[in-house]
Design a binder for this molecule. Sequence first.
Ligand SMILES: [Mn+2]
Length: 315
Amino acid sequence: MRLDEIANLIKKLESALIFCHINPDGDTLSCAFSLKYAFEIMGKKADVVVSDGVPRKYAALGLFNGALECGVARYDGYISVDCSIEGQIGEPYKLYAAQKNTFNIDHHVSNSRYAKYNYVENVGACSMILYKLIKLLGTPIDERLANTLMVGLITDTGNFSHSNTDFEALKIAAELSGLGADVAQLNLLLFNSQPKNRALLYVEVMRGMKFYHDDRMALITITKSQLSRYGLTKSDTEGFIDFPMTIGSVAVAVSVFENAPKSYKISFRSKGVNVNEIASVFGGGGHVRASGAMPKGYYEDVVDKLVFTVGNYLD
Ligand SMILES: [Mn+2]
């Protein structure tokens, strides 16, 4: 479907329930709340479901208030944003999957087109799609809406530094800046303020970094016990994987986060190697240069398989 066709369908909705992905990041929150605000500006009702809750650093922006932990079946439309597969919605996917009028708006190349109406476009941030959609809806973009859309762009482009920072990303950023988005303030709150304990955990995790394949692969591990020792949550470790990527020789960086005993959230970053394919070996997916998976098993076995699989793509 084309985006204008999606916009025409969404225009007809009087109410919508919008779903973020699990382990919510800046982009999924940006998409969901910008659409909610657009609905409200149009005099309609929309609610946002964030099953894991809004992480502290995003809550501090004051743009993502009033999220629901689960939803109910009383809306005209059910819209997932930034979710490549239905399971990414988390527990509320049961409610979503039981509805007829479902929309899936996403920017992951691996998207499985699980909704009745799907729109997938390979752009740097899903919030870029929401910006275009909101313009098609004819909704005026006020300062709060501009800031909300900018959060997705800033976070998914790594503050306009990743390879997905192209002409369109910068053009939309410029337009949002013209509409009142404050890049410097968002940047300060998102990237340049952290609690002391996060910094201490960071040092500990980086000290444990391992290297493989002539230093072309780096791997970091974050355990549940480390998090509880520092009084932190999973969302506090966002961005850790960027550090091994700064090492010149490293082509693929992997972070292994222990969700529960024998259950992991793996993140992959690369400088060109297709980590979407590597993640798919572990039942996950994402983008060519950034992807994830959630395998189960003994830690040593998972790491062995990671080292072996990444090695196959390096040769
Ligand atoms: Mn995204």
